[in-house]
Design a binder for this molecule. Structure first.
Ligand code: THU
Length: 139
């Protein structure tokens, strides 16, 4: 696959190497490109108080917002081990986090360390979603 996938994959793979995962030992890296072409990446960051752990997608979104990014045009997530045959697809909470900054057709490329495994749109991952538009017409 071509740009920007290659750029996002490389960024996500690099940051995955810095994942802080002493509890799960499951490293995840993610990278987003914004509609104006900036790339932001993040890894999962776990915590001794387990529920306080943060997914790679959440870190990526935080990096994007802190860096001045606004809208996600495409997202890559890398998790798992080569040949495990599994999809490291965003958890339910992260699907909603992505929803805040992406459109229904935004591609989410779910990858293993060896490359792309499957691509889904946000609407496929989170149909009938609730989003910012639901709050626009409050009195
Ligand atoms: N995790 C992510 O960072 N992103 C995903 O899409 C799935 C799961 C993390 C959370 C936790 O640190 C570890 O993977 C195991 O669940």
């Amino acid at each position: 696959m071509s740009e920007p996938f290659d750029t996002l994959f490389a960024a996500a793979l690099a940051v995955r190497g810095r994942a802080y995962v002493p509890y799960s030992n499951f490293k995840v890296g993610a990278a987003a490109i914004t509609e104006d072409g900036h790339v932001f990446a993040g890894c999962n960051v776990e915590n001794a108080a387990y529920p306080q752990g943060q997914c790679a997608e959440a870190t990526t979104i935080g990096m994007m917002v802190a860096g001045g990014g606004a809208r996600i045009a495409a997202l890559v997530v890398i998790g798992g081990e080569p040949g495990d045959g599994l999809l490291c697809s965003p958890c339910g909470g992260c699907r909603q986090r992505i929803r805040e900054f992406a459109g229904p057709e935004t591609p989410i490329h779910i990858c293993g360390p060896e490359g792309l495994r499957r691509t889904a749109t946000l609407d496929e991952l989170l149909p009938w979603s609730f989003g910012p538009d639901n709050l626009e017409r409050r009195a």
